[in-house]
Design a protein around this ligand. Sequence first.
Ligand code: IVH
Length: 666
Amino acid sequence: MENEKEQQRILELRKILHEHNYRYYVLSQPVISDQEYDRLMQELIELERRHPDMADENSPSMRVGDDRNLEFEQGEHKYPMLSLSNTYSEEELQDFIRRVNETIQDNVSYCCELKYDGVSISLTYRNGKLVRALTRGDGYRGDVVTRNIRTIKSIPMVLSQGDYPAEFEIRGEIILTHEAFRKINEEREENGEPLFANPRNAAAGTIKLQQSSEVARRPLDCMFYALFGENLPSDSHFENLEKARSWGFKVPDWNKRCQSIVEINDFIHYWETERNNLPFDIDGVVIKVDSLTQQRILGNTAKSPRWAVAYKYKAEQAVTLLESVSYQVGRTGAVTPVANLRPVFLAGTTVKRASLHNADQMALLDIRIGDYVIVEKGGEIIPKVVGVDLSKRSAESKPIEFITHCPECGTPLVRNEGEARHYCPNEDGCPPQIKGKLEHFISRKAMDINAAEATIDLLYRKGLVRTPADFYRLTFEQIVSLERFGEKSARNLLKSIEESKKVAFHRVLYALGIRYVGETVSKKLARHFGSIDNLMKANLTELTEAEEIGEIIAQSIRQYFSKPSNQKLIEDLKNAGLQFAEKAPVQPASNKLAGKSFVISGVFRLHSRDELKRLIEENGGKNLSSVTSRTDYLLAGENMGPAKMEQAKKLNIKIITEEEFLKMLE
Ligand code: IVH
């Protein structure tokens, strides 16, 4: 009977862990803490050990996780990228030291380091030059992300000092500071894009972007923690890292060599509180046997080295009462459930509210009003609810039913297939959506009209502004009669509105607040289509031909322009005198490519894809989106999709490089 129960539990745990893996690696939306995850995994490993007959190569215990993305070329790790086993208590740490001492009957020094909470990366340097950057992938094969890594300013492309081995690998953690993370999410919020849950997810998402120029805009950093190679300078890991610092790598100087468990514990306790003063997240410390010879003797298990261990800090948690759940409606109509909590002190601040993200997450946590919930503060700025203390649950409690109608305007909510969030579709009539859109329209990076949030609220309440076009109809008398406005401030507002008519087309496009059309996408669209008229005429295929415009963005653009109220808005804004075309129209340059059709794929060294497309058109050629028998040339860049390459080879289509293409124009 007991046996059967355990077997059942194995199946259950596998299912649960698969689900959490999916949330962590694919959706970047983990719902449980790392500690809870480790606990479940340990339980599974222990049960599987007792039931070898139930071994399954697809069990979550068999993988170290896999972050590969098949849009990148894959590369093999020369030295597998293992993970670390975790400890959470002094006893577990003592066990580790004891195991080391059982094998090494000599003095052992340990190198204590911080455990950076980011994304690991392995860099290969040959003759002092960066030649390849690989993500961890499944530990044996990862994605080649060299181009993206080159944009990280603190990673040296060429080493300064000369005593490095001819070839070596260096590993580190790509991180984002809290400040950088906050800015990225602010921008995403403005663009109506889903927010990253924490700096680690944001860093992981950034490294996997196809567009390196977008990576370059995000201030990633990299902390290095391990060297691999045949001719390393020293047998001491600590000293090798010191050397690496002298070659130009960012090796933090808080690494500490310790001789005893007392010293190790001091390091752990010091950083347990001091970590709150770091500008980025760490989730623990790492303790490594310092001598490489001793490391070799200890060796590795299939998943992790026996010579190193992580000591993980517990995420700061508190338990408090869930008083109610409210629902916030954003500019894009997205509805976010928020937990209203009995105030509780957590990691330096009093927490009253916590994010619940979406209906799925609420259901997964099975939280109920009156429950005692566990709140956690990780890298996120807003704390999150991670669990429920079921022992305190009242027998009468019922699952929370997600609202069916918008709390602001009463419209039935919709949830699109494949999307986690509910939306209020009443774009033109739902107050927070209207006000949010007006605020976005006037924001600094959009039309840059100088008006405070309170002014927008006032103009809206007085019925003076309902759509962005109404700003351009405001009169001096209307403004001056508003509370808190005098003659001078009224004149200033009118002046600022007038000035906004000079704002360039791409910013006007951004100001419209089309879902997924943020600052960068607006620039690309403006450059590609030249005017709003061309953009409005473009069908889905034509839209996806523009650089960086995928299916989802294209659909969102089509949807926006198909709405009569948006068409009217554009007409009104045109009449008001806003800029709806790029300044300089393109002139045909030659006929050198007449009759030739091209497919462009990948990323290029000298030109952006749009520039290349423009060159093709300016010289009489034609751009196609997919490789068919009608294609003359495949213009191939770095990181291009393998499917296109294969198709081109199959159809015997000439594959040319950027340089060869430019020669054709000479
Ligand atoms: S050593 C074989 N040192 O933690 C040794 N890893 O859970 C493996 N990490 O994949 C890595 N800080 O991404 C090491 N000081 C540090 C680290 C560190 C963060 C990450 C790394 C690794 C993961 C293992």
